[in-house]
Design a protein around this ligand. Structure first.
Ligand code: 2RA
Length: 337
């Protein structure tokens, strides 16, 4: 068990969900601390029926913390993780900063749990768009070895933070009223629109968000031969990312086999009855820790291809839930120091 645990970025949207999950899932601990920037220090939060005061994130605060779960911007994670490590505190980090560091395992507990056990003080949780995709890929890769993935994402505004969700609401209201709206989180209107750019231009016409899906998938599966072609799009949805995924496997997997494989995968729920209008949709998956899969069908354009639709709550499994599951894994496997 970790005696003293902490949430870094405790006042943010994901930090709030981490707090709720630790409480709901009765994460074992004796003491808990809530850390945030100087600006948010002093905020009162409730946990386990008691009121807690948020403390400022400083190097010294880690002196008596055994496990920290961090959800902060990359520049903050770059700074605080070495402070924690110096004090022997294990960090599960939700930011993008440490994910591709060769000394830091990148973990989705249902996919590569063993990687977490080899940690050197820091374990990273993947980007939300990668997490739900690799969870869906895992049973197919085990059964038929995935060679190629073509994925198009339909990413919710919550992926751009609370300001993104605010932009969707106020931008939609303004558009309906014929009023002008200055967007905070997006470079283009998100109301009644789709924006085919998430992140910055990065590599050969692909964005940083798209290249995360490529590199993080390779790292999680430990297999750089899987070819990934992503297109990431921001859509006017408040929460839950959707993905249209096409995989090509070395050994053919039928639709029935795929449905059974998905149904037997922890963390996955199949909702797949086109005739009855049943398939995963963001509004139905909001607040749920599962990754939902539907529209499972054979690829009409190749012999070993399988197409499906995948929806997951990007703030939960795509962020908070995955981080808490990593921490639970460390406790279960006794890898607490
Ligand atoms: C997004 N994936 O949706 C990002 C958040 N990490 O913008």
């Amino acid at each position: 068990m970790f005696e003293t645990i902490a949430i870094v970025g405790a006042t943010g949207a994901v930090g709030g969900i981490i707090r709720k999950l630790l409480e709901e899932r009765k994460f074992p601990h004796q003491r808990i601390k809530f850390l945030a920037s100087k600006r948010s220090a002093g905020t009162k939060l409730t946990f386990g029926g008691a009121e807690h005061t948020v403390e400022e994130l400083t190097p010294e605060v880690f002196a008596d913390i055994d496990l920290a779960i961090g959800s902060t911007p990359d520049d903050i994670a770059k700074e605080f993780v070495p402070w924690a490590k110096q004090h022997g505190c294990v960090v599960v980090d939700e930011s993008g900063y440490w994910r591709m560091d060769p000394n830091v395992p990148l973990v989705v507990p249902e996919v590569n749990p063993d990687a977490a056990l080899a940690h050197k003080g820091v374990i990273a949780s993947p980007n939300c768009s990668t997490t739900q995709m690799v969870l869906a890929m895992k049973p197919l890769h085990d059964a038929g070895r995935i060679r190629r993935v073509v994925v198009s994402t339909y990413q919710a505004t919550s992926g751009a933070g609370v300001a993104g969700q605010r932009d969707l609401e106020s931008g939609t209201r303004a558009a309906l009223d014929g009023a002008k709206h200055d967007y905070e989180a997006f470079a283009h209107p998100i109301a009644f629109n789709c924006i085919p750019q998430i992140g910055s231009a990065k590599h050969m016409g692909y964005t940083s968000e798209e290249m995360k899906m490529v590199h993080e998938t390779h790292k999680i599966f430990g297999d750089e031969s899987i070819r990934v072609c992503p297109t990431c799009v921001r859509v006017p949805v408040s929460n839950c990312h959707s993905e249209s995924i096409l995989v090509e496997t070395e050994h053919k997997i039928s639709v029935d086999e795929a449905r059974a494989l998905f149904a037997g995968t922890p963390g996955v729920k199949v909702v797949d009855d086109l005739g009855a209008g049943q398939y995963p949709m963001p509004l139905d998956c909001d607040g749920d820790d599962h990754t939902f899969i539907g529209r499972i069908r054979e690829d009409l354009s190749s012999d070993h291809g399988l197409a499906f639709w995948c929806v997951s709550d990007n703030l939960r499994k795509g962020a908070a839930t995955n981080a808490v599951q990593i921490a639970e894994l460390l406790v279960e496997r006794g890898a607490t120091v």
